[in-house]
Design a protein. Structure first.
Length: 159
């Protein structure tokens, strides 16, 4: 596995940082991912380094990393930048029953409580710093995803 050197705040990252974390947190690590991408390890390492001015990760390379790692942080980062949400519809029940609706509703309420708890924590000192903002973005995205999931499930009960 690759050696990860950057610390994370646990929230929404930039697309580049999300790719960096996806590569370095992946069980295969940077060497295997570079091989699968047909890239030199050092070149990929440099492209994932936000301080590098000579090497830049392309959208095609970011998409390749997403296909290899299936890391949702990349989608979270890209969609947050675009102001959209994504939902993994394959994770939803194909033929939902009443209990699925109740579970989705409970998940929506739990996620809303997590948003409020994070917001309360962030405002405890009177301001929201960059790391707190990133964590709040993550919570708000999760809330929007939970709302969309319950809407998709509810649509399946329409006549």
């Amino acid at each position: 596995m690759s050696r990860k050197t950057k610390q994370t705040h646990g929230g929404i990252h930039t697309p580049l940082m999300a790719c960096y974390l996806a590569v370095h947190d992946c069980a295969d690590g940077l060497p295997v991912i570079a091989f699968k991408m047909e890239k030199n390890q050092d070149t990929l390492r440099k492209k994932l380094d936000s301080k590098q001015t000579t090497h830049h990760l392309t959208l095609a390379e970011a998409m390749h990393i997403l296909r290899i790692t299936h890391d949702p942080r990349i989608l979270d980062a890209i969609c947050t930048e675009a102001g959209v949400i994504w939902v993994d519809e394959e994770a939803l029940p194909e033929a939902p029953a009443d209990m699925d609706v109740l579970r989705s509703g409970t998940e929506l309420m739990n996620t809303a409580v997590q948003v409020l708890t994070e917001l309360e924590s962030a405002l405890s000192d009177g301001s929201i710093d960059e790391d707190e903002q990133a964590r709040l973005k993550q919570r708000f995205l999760a809330l929007a995803q939970a709302a969309k999931q319950i809407a998709i499930i509810a649509e399946q009960f329409e006549e």
